[in-house]
Design a protein around this ligand. Structure first.
Ligand code: A2P
Length: 330
């Protein structure tokens, strides 16, 4: 299995390489791809050195799978060229997510939708992935009517420049390069991505639209407020879920405990609940603070945390490739 990692020198690309290595993905050849300025750079994978190549060279090498994390425009231009060469592309950008002809996949939620004909597969937005992993088994059991989510998102979701901004500010350097329109350290910014005409941000609208697409149910009502906080390690979400039918909190906890990819950390007597510092570098989604919303019937509150570079990006992409392989779709 020949695998290309497109954006291999970037933040997500680097984690993809780490995840492929850790999970012992059965690859026979690795093709690291980046922009012209990185061509020839060496990447170490499983103790061996691999030279970074450009897009054209990578396409000509006809990889079986290309894991893309090189931005939306790069993906729009190059993903179809890889696909034409017979490569299955799994793309981390938002370029293809809402395209009706492309599947938007979280393997444990809707992997069954994939077929051998899917040559460009979209990886959802990080904050959406961790939420739907918890929503799906609950929707299957109680039918979700409405979700109200507020996020507390890590600076790693913005990239290296944002991490540098926060670290500079932490050292008292306030005039360094800015990834955000405001100071992030000792602050909270209620804006992720640009604003749309309806007053919501693009990130909020992604959570609304992508959730419905992945869950395959347009009747689920979702509203979101997405917020950047000065944290690394993972995104946290306060999620309020209203169901069609009555539930039992203990049963919800037990359903989530049995769900693949979820770890329930919910022991308030011992002050245990999910936190980004504990989710960091883990592949699972952590759920806690599960409690009844006493202001509404059939409604529950929970707190969901995951490493946005792992399950929110690199891990989910690699899991899609693993799923395709297991089902003999590549
Ligand atoms: P490079 O390091 O050569 O710029 P991040 O999101 O962390 O900024 O990473 C983006 C990744 O996408 C990097 O690996 C970057 O490579 C790569 N990239 C950006 N533009 C292109 C392009 N036109 N062709 C190939 N790779 C690209």
């Amino acid at each position: 299995m020949k695998i290309a990692v497109v954006g291999a020198t970037g933040l997500v690309g680097t984690v993809m390489l780490k995840v492929l290595e850790e999970r012992n993905f059965p690859l026979t050849e690795l093709i690291p791809v980046a922009s012209e300025k990185s061509v020839g750079k060496e990447i170490t994978f499983k103790g061996k050195k691999f030279k970074v190549v450009n897009m054209e060279t990578a396409i000509a090498m006809k990889p079986d799978v290309a894991l893309f994390s090189a931005g939306g425009n790069t993906s729009l231009k190059y993903a179809p060229l890889f696909a034409e060469a017979g490569t299955t592309v799994i793309d981390n950008s938002s370029a293809w997510r809402m395209d009706p002809s492309k599947k938007l996949i979280v393997p444990e939620v809707n992997g069954h939708e994939l077929s051998i004909d899917d040559k460009i597969i979209a990886n959802p937005n990080c904050s959406t992935i961790q939420m739907v992993v918890a929503l799906k088994p609950l929707h299957d059991k109680y039918r979700i009517k409405r979700v109200v989510v507020s996020t507390y998102q890590s600076v790693t979701g913005t990239g290296v420049k944002a991490v540098a901004q926060m670290m500079n500010e932490r050292k008292g350097i306030l005039d360094g390069p800015m990834a955000y329109p405001h100071q992030i350290d000792l602050n909270v910014i209620p804006q992720i991505d640009v604003f749309e005409e309806n007053g919501y941000t693009k990130e909020e609208m992604k959570m609304i639209k992508e959730t419905r697409k992945i869950m395959g149910d347009d009747s689920i009502r979702v509203t979101a407020t997405t917020v950047r906080i000065p944290v690394m390690g993972g995104h946290s979400e306060s999620v309020n879920i209203e169901f069609e039918s009555e539930f039992d909190v203990a049963e919800i906890r037990s359903i989530l405990e049995k769900t693949e990819g979820i770890i329930v950390v919910d022991d308030i007597a011992n002050l245990k609940y999910p936190m980004p510092k504990d989710a960091h570098e883990k592949d699972e989604v952590f759920v806690g603070r599960i409690r009844r919303d006493e202001s509404l019937p059939n409604t529950v509150n929970m707190w969901i945390v995951a490493d946005n570079l792992r399950k929110g990006a690199a891990t989910n992409t690699v899991q899609i490739a693993e799923f395709l392989l297991r089902k003999e779709l590549i």
